[in-house]
Design a protein around this ligand. Structure first.
Ligand SMILES: [Zn+2]
Length: 135
């Protein structure tokens, strides 16, 4: 089943990646099931933001609180690859949690979608998910 995202959000992701330059931009995907309703850009607090991303834990916590108050659920995460790699890196596999959420990767002027593949609780890779850009 494809992940459905609006043209507006798709273009916003490309702009965020471009604006971050040689650093990885990152953030959260809000929505329901296979439909993206909103994106939340977060500060990348990784030690080496050129090669890695780490969502600001303060922003992450406040978003979890918002969800509990009835806000849109978090259906995934996004980040960019300034090096152009249009698929998850080894680091992404190592960092991923088997939570069934979407990963969007912005690289080489395009957006690709992925979901962690796991054996038990261990993530062993990602599967490619088609994206349907609407509107
Ligand atoms: Zn990555």
């Amino acid at each position: 089943m494809p992940l459905r995202i609006s043209r507006k959000h798709h273009d916003e992701l490309l702009k965020l990646a471009l604006a971050a330059g040689n650093q990885e931009c990152c953030g959260l995907l809000l929505g329901r099931n296979d439909r993206l309703f909103d994106i939340v850009s977060c500060v990348n607090v990784a030690d080496n933001p050129e090669q890695n991303f780490e969502l600001d834990p303060v922003e992450l916590l406040s978003r979890h609180k918002a969800v509990r108050r009835g806000g849109e659920p978090i259906i995934g995460y996004f980040h960019s690859h300034p090096n152009g790699l249009a698929r998850p890196s080894e680091t992404d596999v190592a960092q991923a949690v088997a939570d069934g959420r979407y990963w969007l990767i912005i690289a080489a002027d395009g957006v690709t979608a992925w979901k962690p593949l796991s054996e038990g609780a261990r993530v062993i890779g990602f599967e490619s998910i088609p994206i349907l850009v609407e509107g």
